[in-house]
Ligand binder design. Structure first.
Ligand SMILES: Cc1cc2nc3c(=O)[nH]c(=O)nc-3n(C[C@H](O)[C@H](O)[C@H](O)COP(=O)(O)OP(=O)(O)OC[C@H]3O[C@@H](n4cnc5c(N)ncnc54)[C@H](O)[C@@H]3O)c2cc1C
Length: 320
């Protein structure tokens, strides 16, 4: 059996790496399971690896590229002795102490790793359209976060795809900067609440392209247009926009904890006081438990909280 680590952190986005910096500096020798390289946000470094400029992370007057920011986080965690495993956790057993984690063969009888305390910082992923041009132009006119990127689209014509409350929230926020915002929705009516619809319909910068789906994001180095197809007539046209905000939802990366950690209907982990979960000794931080703010700085803040919660909890265990 492996020796148990004091604390294992699952996830290496802003939340997980901040938790690592704090627990490492508290001499808890954290082990970070950082995820595996992939083309999605479910990769080492998390969602900021998918973006270009980050202008709202405090401390960087001139902004910083997302991957550079995450390299700084990682370097700082490493400096204080954090160890990393570039793998994904495929199974956990939170009914036993120390907790068991499987990273290789999830069918093996014994876990690969044991943890006295566990911090879950597995983040979330934006649902994407999976149309040509989307991947290539992500961070170059395609975005999933109006709060993060709206500022880059001053006096431009842009499109938002989606029909729920979040899509209209994004569209309304974007009218602060954009010249016009076209909401592309595949049906003739919105799923959003009445109040959000009223606000959107009353805003003269917002237009609607009903019964249409995005089939391609056009452009080489940045967005030059968005191709849409009318679902009734089948006709295609190119919207002359320089930005596309994809607002069709998010999924938290929590499948591996299903049935063991309490979650809401959408699969976000429910936290109680601070970062506590329903399992004593397991803490959750960042986007995996926050579907409201979804920012790097709030994720980092809650990573700090999780580290302090773990430190105090482990101290309390020694006294028992
Ligand atoms: C395109 C884009 C641009 C953005 N721009 C900004 C911005 O400008 N400013 C800002 O503040 N915010 C921005 N955000 C939001 C910000 O990136 C997130 O709020 C933040 O990254 C959340 O941090 P997190 O640590 O909670 O999770 P994430 O960053 O999602 O990291 C999750 C981590 O968990 C790992 N993981 C998942 N499942 C497993 C598993 N089973 N085993 C092991 N590891 C696992 C992943 O590999 C990853 O390392 C942007 C997001 C996107 C998508």
């Amino acid at each position: 059996m492996p020796e148990p680590s004091d604390v294992v952190i699952v996830g290496s986005g802003p939340a997980g790496l901040t938790a690592a910096i704090y627990t490492a500096r508290a001499n808890l020798r954290p082990l970070v399971i950082e995820g595996e390289p992939s083309s999605t946000s479910d990769q080492p470094g998390g969602q900021l690896m998918l973006t270009t400029e980050v202008e709202n992370y405090p401390g960087f007057v001139d902004g910083i590229m997302g991957p550079d920011l995450m390299a700084q986080f990682r370097g700082q965690a490493e400096r204080f002795g954090t160890e990393f495993v570039a793998r994904k956790v495929g199974r956990v057993d939170l009914t036993r102490r120390p907790f068991g984690l499987w990273i290789d063969d999830t069918t093996a009888a014994e876990p690969d790793l044991l943890a006295n305390a566990l911090i879950v910082a597995t983040g979330a992923q934006s649902l994407m359209l999976h149309v040509p041009g989307e991947d290539l132009l992500l961070g170059h006119g395609v975005s999933t976060c109006a709060t993060c990127d709206g500022f880059f689209f001053r006096e431009q014509d842009i499109a938002v795809v989606g029909g729920g409350d979040s899509a209209l929230e994004e569209a309304l926020f974007l009218t602060r900067f954009a010249r016009s915002v076209t909401v592309v929705h595949r049906r003739k009516e919105l799923r959003a609440s009445k109040i959000m619809q009223d606000r959107a319909f009353a805003n003269e910068k917002i237009h609607f392209r009903w019964s249409a789906v995005v089939t391609e994001v056009v452009g080489d180095a940045k967005v030059a247009g968005v191709k849409v197809r009318d679902v009734v007539s089948g006709e295609e046209e190119i919207l002359a926009v320089t930005g596309l905000f994809v607002a069709i939802g998010h999924v938290p990366n929590t499948a591996v904890f299903a049935g063991q950690l309490d979650m809401d209907e959408a699969g976000y982990i429910r936290t109680g006081a601070g970062t506590t979960t329903n399992v004593e000794g397991v803490f959750a931080c960042g986007d995996v438990q926050d579907h409201i703010y979804r920012q790097a700085v709030t994720a980092a803040g809650s990573g700090c909280m999780a580290a302090i919660d773990v430190e105090r909890w482990l101290e309390g265990q020694k006294a028992v």
